[in-house]
Write a protein that binds this ligand. Structure first.
Ligand code: SAM
Length: 290
């Protein structure tokens, strides 16, 4: 099956059964949110979200390479005045399925409008939860280094005696730092909070994330030529990021409208038809039909 650099129409739980074991380097995705967008792409009720997700995650685990990473962009919605627990339950169930919950990143939506509701403020961040099959996985930290920042000029201009040696934590945490290590460095490692604007290419897709978001994780967890899967690819943002970074992509999408958007976006970068029509189970047969 020639699935590379294609959008595969259908339910990812079924479509991905055709992909070989251990064939994907990174899964990066934002699944449909529980119940939230019923009118746009069919929400799943919060109470059945975990049951709905698990068989699809089983396929993700089968096709991810042992050295690969799965990044899940998800946020618990408010149901009946409180945060629903489906994300927490999903993490626990994914661990039971065999995944390691390795890390969690926060996407701070830095251009979000201010706002408030009677008992809460605007939700201005989303989770990106990292799962792996093994404790040893590919990670290329140098690829996401950031400029050291203006603070360094003044702070490092004059070092104290303490700055010249490793200063151990006073609370016995085992952590310590040697400030002099930063002298002469232009680039440093980032932390796990990503400050990115919500601006996106496709304003028709109500839940598209910015290209910068998948790009950051693609650089961190893959090399050029590796394969990135987005099983809920929506308007094709992950495909755009992968192609721009010389990686291959595989996308799966249920909605014909979103497939059309994704195909149009990918066509701007990729030569050749970026759509694979499944043999059965889809109503549309040609690109013109979607
Ligand atoms: C949160 S959106 C993804 C948005 C995407 N990250 C983007 O930037 O456009 C989730 C997408 O999953 C699609 N979807 C829902 N259920 C699906 C399924 N079972 N298999 C594949 N796609 C599905 C929806 O149509 C929707 O486009």
């Amino acid at each position: 099956m020639d699935y590379l650099n294609k959008i595969l129409p259908g339910d990812c739980g079924e479509v991905l059964k055709a992909l070989p074991d251990d064939s994907i380097d990174l899964i990066f995705t934002s699944p449909p949110y529980a119940d939230q967008r019923k009118n746009t792409y069919g929400g799943i009720s919060p109470d059945s979200y975990v049951t709905w997700f698990l068989p699809r995650a089983e396929q993700f685990r089968r096709i991810l390479k042992p050295t690969g990473t799965f990044i899940l962009n998800i946020k618990e919605r408010v149901v009946d005045g409180e945060r629903h627990t489906y994300v927490i339950e999903l993490i626990l169930e994914l661990r039971r399925q065999g995944w390691l919950w390795t890390e969690e990143f926060m996407w701070h939506k830095k251009n979000s409008h201010p706002g408030k509701w009677p008992n809460r403020f605007r939700d201005n961040w989303e989770r990106l939860i990292q799962f792996n099959k093994s404790k040893v996985f590919n990670m290329y930290q140098e690829a996401v280094m950031v400029p050291v920042g203006d603070w360094a000029r003044d702070r490092l201009a004059k070092l104290s005696q303490t700055d010249l040696v490793r200063d151990e934590s006073r609370v016995g945490s085992g952590f310590g730092k040697n400030v002099s290590n930063w002298v002469g460095r232009d680039m440093v490692y980032p932390n796990n909070v990503l400050h990115m604007a919500t601006e996106c290419y496709n304003r028709n897709h109500s839940a598209a994330f910015p290209v910068d978001l998948p790009s950051w994780f693609i650089k961190l967890f893959t090399l050029p030529g590796d394969v990135v899967l987005d099983p809920f690819i929506g308007s094709g943002t992950t495909a755009v990021a992968a192609l721009q970074l010389s990686r291959s992509f595989v996308g799966v999408e249920l909605s014909p409208e979103n497939i059309a958007t994704a195909v149009a976006r990918v066509s701007e970068i990729q030569i050749g038809l970026p759509l694979m029509i499944a043999d059965e189970g889809v109503e549309y047969q040609t690109l013109a039909d979607i």
